[in-house]
Design a binder for this molecule. Sequence first.
Ligand SMILES: O=C(O)CCC(=O)C(=O)O
Length: 265
Amino acid sequence: MRRHCRAGVAAALTGCAFRRGASFAAGSPPRCVVDYFRQHGHVVTRGLLPEEEFGTAAREMWQLVPGGDGDGPLRPPQRRGQPVGGASRPFTKIANPHSRIRAALRLAFSPAMLGTAAALLGAASVRLHQDSLFLKRRGEPATAWHADLWTAPLATGRFVTAWLPLHRVEIDGAPLFFKAGSHLKPQVTIQCTPGPEADALLEPGAVGAHHAPLREGDVTWHHGWTIHGSPPLSGGARSRLAYTAAYYAEEAGFEAWLGKSHRLL
Ligand SMILES: O=C(O)CCC(=O)C(=O)O
């Protein structure tokens, strides 16, 4: 299933960037993008980043990759207890590039990213939970089905992750695959996710919805409870590098509590 709204979201997004959150009054993705996301738990925003912004971000982020283009030999896994030299890791993850690279910082807090995240979550403002780079090389296995909120230490259902490949990604280039609608049943395990029973244990790529081919500047978004994963590279595809940023809705939380407790003093 690859239905999506081909909407010029970038053009609609203007406004101010906040270091830790965004008020988003100046523009938002088209309604069909938001509706699609709410219904399916994933969506694509085509050309969200202008070419120049994308080019700068991609160039700078590739510099963090060990071996440059990422097509070098696999390094031994870093976790103890795993076979040395094996390809058991599904990817190499570089955590929080925004703390090391200006382009990542700009991207994570750009009006386009913050504004889209806020609109999809129906929030007045959002905060960045984390950003990461995911490098998948030839020989590395599938990224297993999972939902981001399984591991995020946050008590919220308003959480969204942007996944932005830093080059074109065709269907053989390990795009993300999503179990559509799984965000609506967060209590359900992978084995029980909706769909024919025989599909339940198949790997990402064998089943699931995707948005490939993804061009430079296209971004896919998935809800924190949406089950997703990625197949291994296939065909002639080269290493795949994707930037991700996860956001959550800013609720009346600590600040409200602080204000209240101050009033009590
Ligand atoms: O790029 C990948 O293989 C994994 C990324 C992922 O799971 C995510 O962005 O939530």
